[in-house]
Write a protein that binds this ligand. Structure first.
Ligand code: G3P
Length: 222
């Protein structure tokens, strides 16, 4: 499971980089809104400097029309760096932009995927990543895991180099089910990431081990 962090919070990213196998960071306008009135370009550059060039940084366009998406993508690459994955919602204009941007050599994450057909079309247009919205699909009484499984099958059957980067999670079970269904990558918000190791049994086991050593040796050192 390749873990990508779905946050623009600098402190959280720094903390996670210390102990988690972070493979990258994804952002979108709603995630950026949580950080307040930031300097967008400087903030993205700070994230890039934290994660380095070997991890993926995914930045979403703002415009909703074809021309605006193309303009946003070029500006992001110009102002931040050429290795950024441009996140483009899979709308009609989004697909047209993905087609143009891939022809120009951009790295693309096709996002706001609620259906299998959106994913298959974006795959065929060469998107590097697909972001099916698991929790949102669940809320719409759609089965995100069936979609992920079918799309993963199509990727394998067509020898596509596209990766599924499942997104939109509200609990660990959704993350695990997305991976089991065939998502090689997941992008998880800090609300769920912070639950990964919160199990009280873990801290009790650690404390018990230390105390058992101390019972014999009278200290907590080897
Ligand atoms: O990457 C997309 C993700 O941030 C959407 O999450 O919780 O708004 O469905 P959510």
């Amino acid at each position: 499971m390749k873990l990508i962090i779905d946050t623009a919070n600098i402190d959280k990213i720094k903390d996670y980089l210390n102990y988690l196998p972070v493979d990258g960071v994804t952002t979108n306008p709603s995630i950026l809104k949580k950080e307040g009135n930031i300097d967008f370009v400087e903030h993205m550059k700070e994230i890039r400097s934290l994660i380095g060039s070997d991890k993926s940084l995914h930045i979403q366009t703002i415009a909703t029309d074809y021309d605006g998406i193309i303009k946003d993508a070029r500006k992001i690459v110009e102002l931040i760096d050429k290795n950024v994955y441009i996140k483009v919602p899979v709308s009609k204009d989004g697909l047209a932009a993905i087609k143009t941007l891939k022809a120009e050599g951009f790295k693309i994450t096709a996002t706001a995927i609620y259906s299998e057909i959106q994913a298959l079309l974006a795959t065929e247009l060469g998107a590097d990543y697909l972001a099916p919205y698991v929790n949102r699909m669940t809320n719409l009484n759609s089965d995100p895991y069936e979609v992920i499984n079918n799309v993963a099958y199509n990727i394998a059957a067509t020898n596509s180099e596209t990766h599924i980067l499942a997104a939109s999670f509200k609990n660990i079970d959704q993350v695990l089910k997305a991976v089991q269904a065939g998502s090689t990558h997941v992008t998880v918000g800090s609300d769920v990431v912070d639950l990964f190791l919160k199990d009280a049994n873990i801290s009790k086991a650690v404390t018990d081990f230390s105390n058992d050593w101390n019972d014999v040796h009278g200290n907590f050192e080897i």
